[in-house]
Ligand binder design. Sequence first.
Ligand SMILES: [Zn+2]
Length: 453
Amino acid sequence: MELTGSALSYLLDFLCGRSMPDSGVEYPYRVSDGQRERLRIGYVADKDKWEHYDIVFVPSGFFDSEDYASEASLPTGPLPRIEGVPFLYGEARLERLDGCLAVYADLPASAFVLLSRYEEICRPSVRDGHGRFPGKESLLYRNGLIERALVDEYRDLVWKWAAGLGFRLPECRPGFGKIWLTHDIDAPFYCRGLRAFARESLKGKGVGVALRWACGPKEKDPYYTFDFFCRTDNAVARSASCPVQAVYFLKAGGTASQDRPFYNLKSRDMQGLISFLRAQGAVFGLHGSYSSGKDGKGCVQEKAMIEDALQEKTFRFRQHFLRSCEPSAFACLEENGLWEDFTMGYADVAGFRLGTSRAVRWINPYTGELSELILHPLLVMDNTLYQYMEMGYEESQACCERLLGEAYRHGGDACLLWHNSSVAEGPYPAAPVDWIRKLYADLCRELKSWQNK
Ligand SMILES: [Zn+2]
């Protein structure tokens, strides 16, 4: 498999610190005869060509290997380290030549594997009951690296080597690039309409309460926690020194039982909710159904549905259950104009699924092409903490702080996912755990003070 020219140059750009054209971070540079010369970085085996570069990564043979896309191509055993930073391919060796530094640690291949979800195509039989690649099976988790933004550490190494060659470094102070406060609306309401009223009445919890929920103002429904989110999210935005955006992901279809409850985006309740959130500065994305997560195909119809209900173009996307089963589903998103994906965290473990805290364009591991699709790393989902990792408040808070701290240190993004239903307040129906609402409020308070550091 060969990376296309644009994919390779993007990958090298990313390793130099430039993730997006408008990220504001430029290459390391030096000034010669009054001209800025940017660091020349190459990925070339032919020694005769090395003189054209300041830093050359020597290919390890990963991309040319016959084992490409098979499990045999994945590293086994402890990972080698260069200057203390683990990498996946090549050797921990640097060679200083005339005016050029040759790096035998194959950081481009290592970064590619992490950023593209390559290991998931190598191990197609390793999936959980929902068809997802489990975080605990990942190279990063098994090597104790899931809480490290490893590819961002590769950038730091490149900068350190560039500085050693006399280059000046672009300014990159610690701080978040952007804060994404995101909410998946799996169930907008607990008990609205006649059917829900009947269900609750049969449970014997009190006809009066059920009647009030079902027929009273929607704001009285236990799952209507949107005031809390808007208040909390807008307080972060007000004190921010970086852009902050609240995003609500709405379902628009699906046929699986996991897609229940189905809701109608054009109903009066939902239209009222959408207007309210919009007025509060929130934006929307499509919450792709469980059934479309298998191969991404159902997203076409769902995109049309949500655009009709919102009366606007929708390009943000997150799969329900984080059920993005195969990397090939990304190609489907791209084809259909869903250009910004927010699914890339693991359900079973919080951390850096892509090995970076920065938004990154997807490189298709089947074809080597650079996609238009932008992947926004998801740091943590609420139920990952209490359901999958079975942690309590204190452990969860410490875990989130470590992850946010890592993103902050690398100038990356902070993306949190909290559901409206998980912060519902009692007495009935109570949230699954009673501290997840407090944790969100506490993390948001911390985000504010972090930004002002
Ligand atoms: Zn969901």
